[in-house]
Design a protein around this ligand. Structure first.
Ligand code: NAP
Length: 305
């Protein structure tokens, strides 16, 4: 059933997340009109050509005019300047939300630019790929994935419910979380793992002796899967680490301690320690599959037959 939730939705930043939101909203008829703006003329041109949204504007101010929902889909480090630009042009009663991967820093950056009568409701869909840009979106990105809504104190309950309904209608499961807790949880589940993948691929690349041939040709599951994560957008991830500094450093500190303990177990031949550790981690993978957050296909579906 097609149920319109917002009349006019403006997407600021036209990449993977905005493109996927536009397709997911169209799939279920959730918006009467979708407008958009991106920084570069090139992205705006591509977005207009593929019909990512109904109208692409040359300024963010024009794109948000009369919008009932404005979604900031730019890298975390660009949120403040974009909010400053659109603030004076937001309609009274409109909802302003974002999809940034970090929440405390985005709340601090955006809040000062939100005029009275506009509901600012931060959010973060836990769904993505290593692809970026206006052609990378797809309607199913949010299906069965979580979207965390991080309301600031005193936010209008009806406005929160409406945004919650939008994410559910786009296929997501919705939960609410406090900003600092969000940033710590994401440091464990996403930010630190990305940094570790970047590091591992960097280390292999440093071994120039093997990079040209062996590492690439004989790339086995472990390294190959790191390379997928390490292919993620450099701007987005630079901004994530610069804006979730404390939580990421806390988790990396713990990671380093564990790594040293495993390193010592290998050196001293402590097989029991290694075996116990790997048994514990294996059960975490099982939990993720049982929660429906990944499939149990062997080798990520690469092995055929
Ligand atoms: P993306 O594909 O790289 O798209 C980013 C868009 O933002 C581009 O259209 C870019 O325009 C625009 N932009 C960049 N700086 C800007 C500025 N200063 N002013 C106006 N527009 C600007 O990125 P994405 O993956 O959709 O990520 C968008 C947001 O979602 C980020 O905050 C990210 O943390 C969050 N997020 C990402 C994922 C993921 O896995 N990718 C998952 C969840 C949340 P140009 O092309 O013209 O530069």
């Amino acid at each position: 059933m097609m149920t319109q939730i917002y009349k006019r939705v403006a997407l600021i930043g036209l990449g993977l997340i905005a493109g996927s939101m536009a397709l997911a909203m169209r799939r279920a008829g959730l918006a009467a009109e979708i407008t958009g703006y991106a920084r570069s003329e090139k992205t705006r041109k591509v977005a207009a050509e593929i019909g990512l949204c109904d109208k692409v504007f040359d300024t963010a101010a024009e794109a948000v005019k009369d919008a009932d929902l404005v979604v900031l889909c730019v890298p975390v480090g660009a949120m403040a300047s974009v909010a400053a630009e659109i603030g004076p042009h937001l309609k009274k009663g409109a909802t302003l939300t974002d999809v940034g991967s970090v929440k405390r820093a985005v709340i601090d950056a955006v809040s000062p630019h939100v005029p009275d009568g506009v509901h600012f409701i931060p959010a973060h869909p836990l769904a993505g790929t290593e692809k970026s840009g206006p052609t990378s979106g797809f309607a199913e990105l949010f299906d069965d994935r979580w979207c965390l809504i991080v309301p600031v104190q005193g936010t209008d309950a009806d406005a929160i419910n409406r945004l919650r309904n939008l994410w559910i209608a786009m296929g997501a499961k919705v939960d609410e979380m406090e900003a600092d807790h969000h940033d710590l949880v994401l440091a464990v589940t996403s930010h630190a793992p990305h940094l570790i993948a970047y590091t591992m691929v960097g280390v292999a690349d440093d071994l120039a002796r093997v990079t040209d041939t062996e590492v690439v040709n004989y790339s086995a599951a472990g390294f190959r899967d790191f390379t997928r994560i390490a292919a993620s957008d450099p701007t987005m991830w630079r901004d994530v680490f610069l804006n979730n500094k404390d939580a990421t450093l806390e988790i990396l500190g713990r990671f380093t301690e564990e790594l040293f303990a495993l390193q010592r177990a290998i050196r001293t031949g402590d097989g029991d320690h290694l075996h116990d550790y790997f048994t514990r981690t294996r059960s975490i993978r099982r939990g993720i599959i049982e929660a429906g957050q990944d499939t149990d296909v062997a080798d990520f579906g690469r092995i055929k037959g």
